[in-house]
Design a binder for this molecule. Structure first.
Ligand SMILES: Nc1ncnc2c1ncn2[C@@H]1O[C@H](COP(=O)(O)OP(=O)(O)OP(=O)(O)O)[C@@H](O)[C@H]1O
Length: 266
């Protein structure tokens, strides 16, 4: 794997489904160790982008490199990338422990190391007592926690998280936030898509806001707020609503701030 300080580089990504344009020329460059909050309203193209960034789907045009490697080289990337998708792949008939053993084996984690990590994570996510029950009997939050552990078991350099706190109670959601910060402190790059804006405000170094398949704002949380002409007391939610109003993209003037919002740098 080539060494690079750029962890994720997307160049002019376009994705169409028939006549539907899901992504309309999205570019960004994310430095290693960054927590990047990826925001956008329903249907903006976030999941489509994440699938392109993880090589699960091919762009209509444009290119993606993760840790310097083109994402279509999935063999080279597998050890370096973790992905928690919106609908995580779990086998209902497995227990959490079996599921995690299976993934550890796929990831070629040495058995002793795998056992240690799995026990540690099960404990930290309060799953230890249920670890030998079948996943089909789990609550949504227990499934989500199992899926999160599965995505980080091999200690990836770049971690893609799609709504990681979905279905989690406050304690578990906080645990995920702490993990995100902890991983980032050790140099892991985190690409985090969520609708829970306070989470992004708390953990993200940088933010990208997608609207109708285009990146309409990018920068630190305070830069995005400033760009949307918010004052220092405004929330990220206020800025999000300003840059993703119809007026921001189509110029119908619905938002008083829309005309002042400049396009993202990327
Ligand atoms: N397989 C597909 N076939 C056709 N259209 C699709 C397909 N996948 C996504 N789209 C369309 O692409 C656009 C972007 O969808 P995407 O799922 O990426 O949005 P999103 O930002 O993740 O939304 P949400 O926040 O609701 O999860 C939508 O208009 C969606 O209907």
């Amino acid at each position: 794997m080539p060494s690079t300080d750029i962890a994720i580089e997307a160049t002019d990504l376009r994705k169409t489904y028939g006549s539907e344009v899901a992504l309309d020329g999205v570019s960004f460059s994310i430095s290693a160790g960054t927590v990047y909050g990826f925001l956008g309203p329903n249907g903006a193209g976030k999941t489509t982008t994440m699938r392109l960034l993880t090589g699960l789907s091919q762009p209509t045009s444009g290119a993606v490199r993760v840790s310097g490697t083109p994402v279509d080289d999935r063999r080279a990337l597998a050890a370096h990338v973790g992905y928690l998708p919106e609908t995580p792949p779990l086998y209902d008939e497995f227990s959490a422990r079996e599921q995690l053993d299976y993934v550890a084996d796929l990831r070629d984690i040495p058995p002793n190391r795998a056992r240690e990590r799995i026990d540690d994570y099960l404990d930290r996510f309060d799953l230890a007592d249920d670890a030998d029950r079948r996943i089909e009997s789990y609550s949504k939050g227990m499934r989500q926690k199992t899926a999160f552990v599965q995505s980080v078991l091999h200690d990836p350099d770049v971690l893609f998280l799609d709504e990681p706190t979905s279905g989690l109670d406050p304690r578990a959601a906080r645990r995920i936030r702490e993990f995100v910060t902890e991983f980032a402190d050790t140099g892991t790059t985190i690409f985090l898509s969520t609708h829970i804006l306070p989470v992004v405000d708390a953990v993200a170094d940088e933010i990208g806001v997608l609207f109708e398949g285009r990146l309409v704002a990018e920068g630190t949380p305070s830069e995005v707020k400033a760009r949307a002409e918010m004052d220092e007391h405004s929330s990220l939610e206020d800025a999000f609503l300003a840059v993703t109003s119809e007026g921001a993209g189509a110029g119908d003037g619905e938002s008083e701030h829309a005309d002042d919002v400049t396009a993202a740098d990327g």
